[in-house]
Design a protein around this ligand. Structure first.
Ligand SMILES: Cc1ncc(COP(=O)(O)O)c(C=O)c1O
Length: 480
């Protein structure tokens, strides 16, 4: 339709304040095309995509391989289901993933989104226990401020109060323990020495809720919401042993962490732990087509294929769409041919060092944390004492300044305050040091300006539009 724009309000955006995309001057860029690590909006402005379009576009934009695979598959067979029939791209993809996932996680069930993958994992865990004669195991433990999706089951697993509140009451049986925020660890600050009290707290929930009632513990190897909470050494092994002690399944939600974000095929591989189920989405196709799923162990597969339970009683029409599976296979080829994991491994420490230099230069940066191409800078009012900004300061800083200013300077990353205020950085996995350097230098400028602004230096630049948030600044308690 000629002249239609965001301001017309026909399109509703996800987790975005209405004021930002309606009205005469919507502040949300309309992204038009992409090449490598960059995208351009309809006005021709170029942005470095420092968030990989929400942790998805691992191999960058404008690749010929995936469109070619999609076109070939569409011409040959646009669609067949994975129920009652099967198709070759799904069979091949399951085999390819089995080679890349840890240990005996060699069964794969495909769906279309991360939320659906988490939803499927909730059901798989319950059905597994029922098949083993333990139908009473329905409770799920996850962690504070975690994000696991928006469908009602996945939202129960999600630990973000703001995301849950509008839809309560949610499904019963969800409990949230501490996450691995090492910067603000209550028990032993900076985990020195780390007593793994955050893992022990999960065990206390198990004991309080009844070990024979717990179905699964869901966690991300590195938790995104709150800003890249990495696990302290031994943490995931400790959680694994808690699960083993009480017959609980460990679900590693790797919707973000899998497919190279941490420099390995899975986050489980990175941290040397073997979960029972791994959920994935986003990077499996580098976002050239929607696809998600879960990989699960043989013991789960056996429980649901022998004895009284002869099938996993769940399905989705589009789950494992042949075009998406063909695209995923092409994406895995690109990973191999271009050694995408190696690129992350060769540059991650350099990137971390650059970000720590920003911390050294800018008082406002309290903490730098992350791994692979998955990093966050936590912003603080007083670094010495780790003093938080007030709610109003945080609002002014994130939505009143940072989000708009980053976009103005041509960098898409996320300024977020679902826990404390953080800037999240997650570039395409093919980014080299010149792209990463450009990202760091824009951050350098914006952090300098933000420090001046928060410390009241006269002449600190005003944001382009003081009230706008842009697509990278969801409401506190909002998006993924
Ligand atoms: C860890 C995690 N789980 C689940 C989801 C939900 O994925 P989707 O938005 O594809 O439903 C996300 C989304 O970012 C996520 O980060």
């Amino acid at each position: 339709m000629d002249g239609a724009s965001l301001a017309d309000g026909n399109l509703w955006l996800h987790f975005t304040r209405t004021a930002d995309w309606r009205g005469p001057n919507p502040s949300v860029p309309v992204i038009d095309r992409g090449e490598g690590c960059y995208v351009w909006d309809t006005a021709g402005k170029r942005y470095l995509d420092g968030l990989s379009a929400l942790f998805c576009v691992q191999v960058g934009y404008g690749r010929p391989e995936m469109p070619a695979a999609a076109a070939e598959q569409m011409a040959k067979l646009p669609f067949a289901t994975n129920w009652a029939t099967a198709h070759q791209p799904a069979i091949d993809l399951a085999a390819a993933l089995a080679d890349r996932f840890p240990a005996d996680l060699d069964h794969f069930f495909f769906v279309n989104s991360g939320s659906e993958a988490v939803e499927a994992a909730i059901k798989l865990a319950r059905q597994y226990h029922a098949a083993n004669g333990e139908p009473g195991r329905y409770k799920i433990i996850s962690r504070a401020y975690s994000y696991h999706g928006t469908t009602l089951g996945a939202l129960g697993v999600t630990g973000l109060p703001g995301a849950r509140a509008p839809y309560e009451p949610l499904m019963p049986g969800h409990f949230h323990g501490p996450n691995t925020n090492q910067y603000r660890c209550q028990s032993s600050p900076n985990c020195a020495p780390c007593d793994l009290s955050c893992a022990m707290a999960l065990e206390r929930i198990v004991l309080a809720e009844g070990p024979d009632k717990i179905s699964a513990i869901f966690l991300e190897p590195v938790q995104n919401a709150g800003g890249c909470f990495t696990p302290p050494p031994g943490y995931l092994q400790q959680v694994r042993s808690i699960c083993d002690r009480y017959g609980i399944l460990l679900v590693s939600d790797e919707v973000i962490c899998a497919f190279g974000r941490l420099g390995t095929w899975t986050g489980a591989e990175r941290y040397d732990v073997v979960p029972d189920i791994i959920t994935f989405a986003k990077g499996v196709t580098s976002a050239y087509a929607p696809l998600a799923g879960m990989g699960f162990s043989r013991r789960i597969g056996d429980a649901l294929s022998t004895g009284p339970a002869t099938m996993f009683n769940h399905g989705a029409t589009w789950g494992g769409h042949p075009v998406s599976c063909a695209v995923a296979l092409a994406n895995l080829d690109v990973f191999e041919k271009e050694d995408v994991l190696g690129n992350v491994q060769r540059n991650e420490h350099w990137l971390g060092d650059q970000l720590r230099e920003l911390q050294a230069r800018h008082e406002i940066v309290g903490d730098v944390r992350g791994t692979g191409y998955f990093w966050a800078l936590e912003l603080v009012a007083d670094r010495e004492r780790k003093v938080l900004f007030t709610e109003q300061q945080s609002e002014d800083l994130l939505r009143g300044f940072l989000s708009a200013r980053l976009l103005e300077l041509g960098l898409i990353c996320r300024a977020d305050d679902r826990d404390e205020p953080v800037i999240q950085i997650s570039p395409p996995l093919v980014a080299d040091r010149s792209v990463l350097g450009e990202l760091v230098s824009i951050l350098d400028q914006v952090l300098g300006e933000a420090t001046a602004r928060m410390h009241g230096t006269p002449g600190a630049p005003a944001p382009a539009r003081p009230t706008e948030s842009g697509p990278t600044a969801p409401e506190g308690g909002g998006a993924l």
